[in-house]
Design a protein around this ligand. Structure first.
Ligand SMILES: Nc1ncnc2c1ncn2[C@@H]1O[C@H](COP(=O)(O)OP(=O)(O)O)[C@@H](O)[C@H]1O
Ligand SMILES: [Mg+2]
Length: 357
């Protein structure tokens, strides 16, 4: 099987690339910065160094928030034909803390109270009501750089004026007292593969390793693990890091990171996270390729046996994209439903039907 790792070539990506080579027949490291996308009436083409990207069985595409539109386009182009652990939508959701929080809220993932405002007047009103300290946060910040702590209304109000000049959207978030610590859980599939507790350096409140934080291994309880796995699912990522704060009310998620650094967590936990990722990618790619083969045969079989309007029965395992059910392609062929067509969906426990109105 052939795989590609599309990334910005960081140390963590190199670790993953080396590990993938142990499992796949061939693995190519592709620099995201040399990729282009062309969208036109005739289709979507993805170019690497000016030439169409070749076909892979599995593609692990990741990168920083600046590349979210490019990553979304690449994963959209290969969505049906290639296994990819990060779904197109995850790049839009995961690279924006506001959208992450909205997706998590829909999936009932606990998180600190977070406010979104569109005007300075509205922000001042909220800042007049909240408890202090409070957090102001840029939705696209990373490594702790977009997180600000305000000890009082006066501090928050002057920060607000400074933020205003940047014309950047921001969040106001309840401050959780954790003595500068947080939990980072690496989610791979439906498991937490490694977890560490990070502690901010003296005088600092942000626990990020890049802000000088130190990590130590931590064993998470089943409840916290479940929250981390569900948070990853909520944004459509099979591989990511989830940042969690331990509060008196239980664990609360503050962030999902689609391209987490591996050095800190590997050193802290002594778990070979890159190897776990590579092994997972290999197993899922294999499943995807084999499933593709069976769908092809069943498609042929059904195409042959379709007789004017007769009801066809398909026995198959359910495929989920995040928390949505994806029906096999053969259902599209038989029903002749078109994209965007209005249908009546009748659902009850253990049964679903789709009909033209
Ligand atoms: N609501 C909060 N209460 C207390 N500390 C917070 C809160 N939000 C963030 N932090 C601290 O700031 C760090 C960075 O915040 P995070 O939302 O993960 O953004 P980043 O993308 O910069 O890592 C966290 O690891 C945590 O230590
Ligand atoms: Mg973080």
């Amino acid at each position: 099987m052939k795989a590609a790792l599309i990334s910005m070539g960081s140390k963590s990506s190199q670790m993953t690339l080396q590990a993938m080579k142990k499992y796949f027949d061939s693995v190519e490291g592709i620099d995201l910065r040399n990729m282009e996308v062309m969208v036109g009436g005739k289709g979507l083409s993805i170019l690497y160094n000016g030439k169409p990207l070749q076909k892979y069985d599995g593609i692990y595409a990741k990168g920083s928030f600046r590349y979210a539109p490019l990553l979304r386009s690449i994963t959209t182009a290969f969505y049906d034909t290639t296994y990819m652990p990060l779904k197109p939508n995850s790049f839009t959701l995961g690279h924006d803390k506001l959208l992450t929080h909205l997706a998590m809220q829909r999936n009932k993932i606990p998180m600190p109270d977070t406010y979104i405002v569109s005007s300075r007047a509205a922000a001042k009103k909220i800042l007049n009501q909240v408890n202090y300290p409070v957090i102001l946060k840029f939705p696209q910040g990373t490594q702790g750089k977009g997180v600000m702590f305000a000890e009082s209304f006066a501090a928050a109000s002057s920060m607000l004026d400074a933020i205003e000049t940047l014309k950047n959207p921001f969040l106001i978030q309840e401050y959780i007292e954790t003595e500068g610590s947080d939990i980072r859980a690496i989610v791979i599939g439906d498991k937490v593969a490694a977890s560490m507790k990070r502690k901010a350096v003296f005088g600092e409140k942000r626990a990020n390793i890049h802000a000088g934080g130190k990590g130590e291994p931590i064993v998470l309880d089943v409840h916290t693990k479940k929250i981390a796995v569900n948070a990853a699912k909520a944004i459509g990522a099979e591989i990511c890091a989830i940042d969690i704060l331990e509060t008196v009310k239980g664990p609360e998620v503050i962030e999902a990171n689609l391209s987490p650094g591996l050095q800190g967590i590997t050193a802290a936990t002594k778990i070979d996270v890159a190897d776990k990722i590579a092994k997972y990618l290999y197993e899922r790619t294999k499943e995807f390729v084999e499933k593709g083969k069976t769908t092809e045969t069943s498609k042929l079989f059904t195409d042959l046996s379709i007789k004017g309007g007769a009801e066809q029965q398909i026995v198959s395992n359910l495929d989920f994209r995040s928390d949505r059910i994806l029906l096999p392609k053969i259902v599209t062929n038989i029903t002749k439903f078109d994209e965007g067509q209005e249908v009546v969906i009748k659902a009850q426990k253990g049964k679903v039907t789709l009909e033209k109105p």
